[in-house]
Design a protein around this ligand. Sequence first.
Ligand code: FAD
Length: 489
Amino acid sequence: MPCLKLLGKVLFLSKLSREKIISKLRDIVGKEYVETDSAAIRLYSKEASGLEGVAVAVVFPEKTEEISEIVRFAYENDIKIYPQGSATDLAGATIPEHHGIVISFDRMKKIKEYSIVDSYIIAEAGARVIELNDTLAKEGYMFPVDPASMKAATVGGVIAAGGGGLRGALYGTMREWLMELKVVLPDKDGTIIRVGCRTTKCRQGYDLVRLFAGSEGTLGIVTEATLKITPIPENIVTVAGFFETLEKAMEAVVSIKKARIAPYAMEFIDAKTVEIGKQNLNLDWDVRGNMLIVSVAGPVEVAEKYIKILSDSMEAANASNIMKASSQEEAEKLRIFDLRRACYPSAIQLAAQSMSPDKSKPLVLIEDIAVPPTKLPETVKQLRKLEEKYGLPLAIFGHVGDGNLHPTTWIDATDEEAKKKVWEMFDEIMEIALKMGGTISAEHGIGLHKKKGLEMEMKYKKSEKALELMREIKRIFDPKNILNPGKVI
Ligand SMILES: Cc1cc2nc3c(=O)[nH]c(=O)nc-3n(C[C@H](O)[C@H](O)[C@H](O)COP(=O)(O)OP(=O)(O)OC[C@H]3O[C@@H](n4cnc5c(N)ncnc54)[C@H](O)[C@@H]3O)c2cc1C
């Protein structure tokens, strides 16, 4: 498993000097668009997972053609390239591990066009997901993939990460919303291709569009994307309940699903994380237990009917303190989603509070497994045992509608023993997911953190051949291994 120190000791493999590289990059994009200041470079060499690499320079191209030229230059001179959106990645996929050039999309963030009738929006890779929604909201439309990081996360970053979000149970992840991509390939010519179509139906032989989805910047550099859009639901009702046991919460989930309702969001927060969140948010709710939040979209006329189905299902499963909101505004007023939104920040705050600021370095690590929803109670039961076994805190929350859990822990990154223990615990978490018929990563990806996990999963499924195929695909796309090398496979 990579560690911060290890990543500091990197090799610079190009035959060209740093000065020559910088000079060429300046020729391509203009002097002011190549960052060489060491403090600024350091900022672009980190990602949200806590990992850090070292870049030679950060370059800010404005056009796909400039990126193509950078790739041609990098190919010829064996220089590594690292595409970067907002570096909110949590899998160790973004950092410049082996030196090289970070390509930032800060100057490629235009929303170029949208069509309500043809149901698409075209944006450059650096546009933020929230900006798509700001643009579409005035037409009553939205882009439904909603990572919790969407205020920062970029279109290119979410495509490459294969990201999802709270609405995943209804709308799936990024791959379901891709129509057409413009991509620069890491070959001799920095070839620019357009794959996919601007029509909903599209057959182009093998599906290269979805091969780029979740490829974590290892197969091509996405510069522009045409994405599907959907109307904003007329109304959303939300009901939340607190359950003594997870089994009881799951009973409610099953009964809601049997009522033929497709939830817009279905979130779970375990009792311990509820307590942490309440303290962190100063919520004076007199509630305890495992929290289940379910939202359903539909016309205003059916709001009461949906609320009744949801609350009856929760009551039948002995939920206490059921909160009901017949609109999104009401849900906001009741702060129903605040606890869910606060899970990750709460963990960061708790980590900081539990350590001495001058002697330690708090590091929050978030897992990302998925299991079939019926296996959630058993999964959580097994996860709970790990806390005692490894002596590490474990907050458990996630998207119960699609079985995606985010067990989260925190350690002092200067404590080598804790670091060893945490990776052992994460290996065991992934093993549990596989035994439950699940997967080691639902939405955050593989990066550096989960390379071993990916191998574990393929071995578990007796499909090591799939790893070989993936290595071969990488070789075909990136013959000199210059694009985000060492990640995924
Ligand atoms: C607080 C918090 C909450 C989060 N919540 C969620 C969540 O709900 N759901 C979820 O799925 N993820 C979540 N994440 C993880 C992260 O935000 C997502 O993976 C997001 O998709 C990354 O977007 P980014 O623009 O920051 O990409 P980056 O982190 O910059 O890059 C991610 C990957 O994409 C590659 N890449 C970036 N741009 C391009 C490009 N143009 N072409 C090719 N490759 C490129 C990078 O090399 C890297 O491999 C969360 C992270 C944080 C910190």
